[in-house]
Design a protein around this ligand. Structure first.
Ligand SMILES: Cc1cc2nc3c(=O)[nH]c(=O)nc-3n(C[C@H](O)[C@H](O)[C@H](O)COP(=O)(O)OP(=O)(O)OC[C@H]3O[C@@H](n4cnc5c(N)ncnc54)[C@H](O)[C@@H]3O)c2cc1C
Length: 298
């Protein structure tokens, strides 16, 4: 345990020391975090932020579904929102959701209420905090199309409500900074026929399962689509389908997904990604940019 761990504030949530980040991410790779902190609720989070030693780095993770943590792990404290941030409340045609709620649960709950508009979230395996930060989207809808506002807490413990316009969301991007934590968000929906919504949810899940390795250890789309092009197509044309580095592999099913096929390292995955980038550049001249967020020490 590091010396600074002694000066961490007393919290109601949980600290885990030398926490395995592999257990916190979909890729199932990555070294440990010095400390993982799961606040129980907003008050607990703010209290921690106001009293924490200010010279230690802080990282925020959601469900770890778009995240590659390097093998050396993360210094300082990693915050992951706990159960108190997973609430989903209805207010007429709008819903308010905690930043730690799972996208899938939100889509299914709205379906049960006969609320339409957020069906696209059913196959996104992240949290609402991650969806707002990354402007998650698929099948023609993005988080920004439904978001009204998001509450963010900065590392000084100050809460701010930002409207969707203020977040300036664009393709897989929002202007939420690395030192801001999304704790709550409000979305607009419309009334729909519960049976029709249910069928749409099932169709979306089936389409995804047919085209993506959703049961694999993956981080979703690895690279952003260059304007007017599909990353998977450029990767395929560069001959990278199925390419391997160690036990890391470009998915045969969807070339823009990388897989941990057995027990690979984060280095294998990052090297594979960089190899793909170099081959695509040589083949088509396109510069692929990582969509997956890479953090931690090599
Ligand atoms: C099988 C599979 C399919 C996927 N399909 C899609 C898809 O169709 N569309 C799509 O857009 N994405 C998709 N993804 C990627 C991923 O699910 C989304 O980007 C998701 O929004 C990430 O949320 P997360 O909670 O897992 O965030 P993480 O992966 O944990 O983190 C991603 C980034 O968000 C930040 N973050 C997380 N939570 C918060 C918070 N509360 N406050 C502030 N910042 C936060 C992290 O610091 C990091 O920078 C897929 C991933 C997988 C594995």
């Amino acid at each position: 345990m590091n010396d600074w761990c002694q000066s961490l504030p007393i919290v109601r949530g949980r600290y885990t020391f030398k926490a395995s980040m592999a257990e916190q991410t979909w890729f199932r790779v990555g070294g440990p975090a010095d400390v993982l902190f799961k606040p129980v609720d907003l008050e607990d989070l703010i209290s921690f932020l106001k009293q924490r030693p200010t010279d230690i780095p802080i990282n925020i993770v959601g469900a770890g579904s778009n995240l590659l943590v390097r093998d050396g792990g993360l210094r300082g404290v990693v915050i992951r929102l706990g159960r108190g941030f997973a609430t989903i409340e209805r207010d007429g045609l709008e819903i308010e959701v905690g930043g730690g709620a799972l996208d899938r649960t939100v889509a299914l709950t709205c379906g049960d209420w006969g609320l339409s508009g957020l069906e696209f979230l059913v196959g996104v395996p992240g949290t609402i905090g991650g969806a707002v930060k990354m402007n998650a989207g698929c099948y023609g809808t993005e988080t920004k199309d439904r978001l009204i506002w998001a509450d963010v807490v900065d590392l000084g413990g100050q809460v701010q409500r930002l409207t969707a316009a203020e977040l300036a969301m664009s393709y897989r991007h929002s202007n939420i900074r690395a030192d801001q934590i999304v704790t709550r968000a409000r979305f607009k929906c419309e009334m729909g026929d519960p049976q029709a919504i249910k069928r749409r949810l099932e169709t979306l899940l089936a389409e995804r399962e047919a085209s993506q390795p959703v049961k694999g250890r993956t981080g979703g789309s690895t690279f952003r689509n260059p304007e007017g092009f599909s990353a998977w197509n450029l990767i395929d044309e560069a001959g990278c389908r199925g390419l391997k580095v160690g036990q890391a592999q470009v998915s045969e099913k969807h070339c823009n997904f990388l897989l941990n096929t057995d027990n690979c390292t984060a280095t294998d995955l990052e090297t594979l990604g960089e190899t793909v980038r170099a081959r695509v550049k040589a083949n088509s001249g396109h510069d692929l940019h990582w969509e997956i967020v890479r953090i931690g020490e090599a």
